[in-house]
Ligand binder design. Structure first.
Ligand code: BGC
Length: 720
């Protein structure tokens, strides 16, 4: 449909029809209306008539194609102008085939792979009638107590931006061709903004940071998503400068709409508009609606604030019809962009069954990906496992199918392949002791564990959390595994020190005890449907681990927030001064994390040598080319991710001690050497100054190249 026609359509709409378009509800609202029965359930509670229901703009959270068909068909029969509904869902790491959680995917440091996953998710979503996914979550996170860290790409703005854009490209393809390309869906980047900085890691809690931090750390991933063409943005639950995001005019109008030039559909998070009341900035739903609509929030997710108040606000002259029209146009525009006016079923007419799910190629992709996202944290020679040895698999996660992680949309645990079933294929005589609970080991279990551990050459310990322990509303004040699991490693170590621990969890954990008592340690995250086989691929060496942490793992919870790209202080701790008193340190624990950002081992070793710089000075129009040789000095082929960090020594505004600027993944055969080239231009030196403009400071910059964020300094360069 031409843009002109959209305006014509708008002209034909009554004010009730317009307001309806701005409302999003769950499918159960439709279940109450069989065309003849009484108004019950949600409709009654909200005082909403069936006529009003058949004016709403969107439905969230359908689970099957037939559900979408049914709702859309009933809706179109009743909607006066035949405006189709938009269907949205939380397809976060797969639709039915579940891929590793986003934090795990980020550990692959592989933008192409993430794009591929997103495009598979899009395909599956389309087949289930979904038009929009509430993904990617672009929130930067530096506090692993926050349960939603599992949905993020971690602590670094550069990596976060790169991966966020990959998701968007994967879901949407060419953003201008969604109306022809029915294999794609629209992406909704969320949560705008700062949600990852919830105070003390407690979900929905206060957020307060400076504008500089906003621009420098939290905005870049959203900018990247919009640049990649993301069609929607979702507001966050938290306050920014004391005002909840959904009613924050400065944030949404000045920053998002004006500075970032976002012209798409802005949707509130679930009930976030009404939550302005408990936040204490609105006395009732009407005032909340006024604040949200005046801030350019187009769609109200799951409250009746807009439905019940916009007409009255208009009558009272508190808002203009133009404000409503703008919002409605954003909704109609998205429907048009998706081709829904031409085909409300988006290519689904006649189709009853999804065809994509569980094809062999998607299964093997899920397996490949899961293996690429597992981080080898420690290896004292036990891995890869020797197939001739006797192996015992012990622990609460040994046979567990709870390995999908939170937000696993319609993925079923029963479809996940657990570690035991996969490991048994390699070790038909595998000894297994599953313990029933994550937090307790019974006397009987202890007895069997001790007996079996003594019999085996190697113990594979499967530890971790349940899926519900991370994700939304799953913040934790202590990020250790339960005492019983720590005890398990200790007791087994006394019997058999050959322990390979495999971890299933959704956040960085404080693992000091576990690491100390394990010979090898593999972070498998929540690896998804193909988790078991993927872990085994790593354990037996069919896949050489290559993933790198996208977030620091602290030694203890008290160190958080802990992140590699922190600021310096006036009294930084160094190797030389660490015994002194009046410096920035803890007196009971080191400043450093247990495992830093960018860290991850391989079954082979790499060295970086022969560093060369094309120049030591650069200007606005020149660049410095840095080359290094990377050599595989081990015995097997492996992938290394070579990382480049910079530090501005004397800036206008103090800069982080290190900032990731680039990375390159290379695969090397044993003894193979390859040149890796990085180019540094003035772009890499720029940051937001006190005038809120991006520019670079003249002067010296330190350059670090390595295989993790503790990369050594290899040069100093000067911007002249
Ligand atoms: C979450 C969003 C999600 C929405 C819809 C909210 O509770 O914060 O991330 O997209 O629900 O399910």
């Amino acid at each position: 449909m031409e843009k002109k026609q959209l305006h014509k359509l708008l002209e034909q709409m009554t004010i009730e029809e317009k307001i309806g378009q701005l409302v999003q509800l769950t499918p159960n609202f439709f279940e109450e209306t069989d065309g003849k029965g009484e108004i019950t359930g949600p409709l009654m509670e909200w005082g909403m008539s069936k006529r009003e229901l058949y004016n709403i703009g969107s439905v969230l959270g359908t689970h099957t194609l037939s559900q979408v068909h049914q709702i859309q068909a009933a809706y179109l029969k009743n909607n006066r102008l035949g405006i189709p509904l938009l269907f949205m869902a939380d397809v976060i790491h797969g639709y039915e085939i579940i891929f590793p959680i986003p934090l795990a995917l980020a550990s692959s440091w592989n933008p192409e792979l993430i794009e591929e996953i997103a495009s598979i998710s899009a395909l599956e979503s389309v087949e289930a009638g979904v038009n929009v996914t509430f993904s990617p979550m672009a929130d930067l996170v530096r506090d692993p107590r926050w349960g939603r860290v599992m949905e993020s790409s971690g602590e670094d703005p550069y990596l976060n931006s790169l991966l966020t854009a990959s998701y968007v490209r994967g879901y949407q393809g060419d953003a201008d061709k969604l109306n022809e390309n029915f294999n794609k869906i629209a992406a909704c980047v969320k949560h705008f903004i700062g949600y990852g900085a919830s105070e003390a890691g407690r979900d929905y809690n206060t957020v307060d940071f400076s504008d500089l931090v906003l621009y420098q750390d939290y905005l870049p991933s959203f900018e990247a998503a919009l640049k990649a063409g993301a069609k929607l943005v979702m507001t966050s639950f938290n306050t920014i400068k004391g005002i909840p995001a959904s009613g924050n005019q400065w944030l949404l109008k000045d920053v998002l709409r004006n500075d970032l030039n976002f012209q798409g559909l802005l949707i509130s998070d679930w009930a976030a508009i009404a939550e302005m009341i408990p936040h204490g900035i609105a006395v009732d739903k009407k005032e909340a609606a006024l604040k949200a609509v005046s801030s350019s929030v187009d769609m109200d997710m799951m409250t009746n604030c807009y439905q019940s108040s916009l007409k009255e606000l208009l009558k009272e002259g508190k808002i203009t019809e133009d404000t409503i029209d703008q919002a409605v146009l954003h909704v109609l525009q998205l429907k048009n962009d998706l081709g829904l006016f031409e085909d409300p079923y988006r290519g689904m007419k006649g189709k009853q069954q999804k065809t994509v799910t569980f094809t062999e190629s998607i299964q093997s992709k899920a397996r490949e990906l899961a293996a690429q996202s597992m981080v080898l944290l420690k290896n004292k020679d036990l891995l890869p496992l020797d197939l001739k040895k006797t192996v015992a698999l012990i622990g609460p996660k040994a046979t567990s199918q709870d390995i999908l992680g939170a937000w696993s949309w319609v993925g079923k645990q029963s479809q996940a392949i657990n570690l035991k079933d996969a490991l048994k294929k390699e070790y038909p005589d595998l000894l297994t002791v599953e313990t029933d609970s994550l937090t307790k080991i019974t006397a009987n279990e202890w007895e069997t564990i001790k007996r079996v551990a003594a019999k085996a050459d190697i113990v594979v310990l499967a530890l971790g959390e349940s899926s519900e322990e991370s994700g939304e509303a799953a913040s934790k004040a202590t990020i250790r595994l339960p005492e019983a699991q720590e005890q398990l490693v200790k007791v087994i170590k006394a019997i058999n020190p050959n322990i390979v621990t495999v971890l299933f969890n959704g956040r960085p954990l404080a693992l000091e005890e576990i690491a100390e008592n394990s010979s090898s340690l593999l972070e498998a995250w929540f690896p998804g449907t193909q988790g078991g086989p993927a872990i085994v691929d790593i354990l037996v060496g069919k896949v050489n681990p290559s993933a790198k942490l996208p977030m620091s793992f602290p030694k203890t919870t008290g160190q958080v927030p802990i992140y590699y790209n922190h600021m310096s202080t006036g009294r930084p701790m160094t190797q030389q001064n660490k015994q002194e008193k009046y410096i920035s340190k803890y007196i009971d624990v080191a400043n450093e994390p247990l495992y830093p950002f960018g860290y991850g081992l391989s079954y082979t070793n790499f060295i970086i040598e022969d560093m060369k710089l094309s120049a030591t000075q650069l200007t606005e129009n020149t660049k410095i080319v840095i080359t290094v040789n990377v050599k595989n000095i081990g015995k097997i082929v492996g992938k290394e991710i070579v990382q480049l960090y910079l530090h501005d020594i004397s800036a206008e505004i103090a800069r982080p001690v290190k900032e990731l600027k680039n990375f390159k993944a290379i695969i090397l055969e044993p003894n193979q050497k390859q040149e890796v080239k990085f180019e540094i231009t003035v772009d890499d030196l720029t940051y937001i100054h006190s005038n809120f403009k991006k520019s670079a400071d003249k002067g010296f910059f330190e350059v670090f190249i390595g295989t993790e964020s503790r990369a050594p300094k290899i040069a100093e360069i000067e911007y002249v």
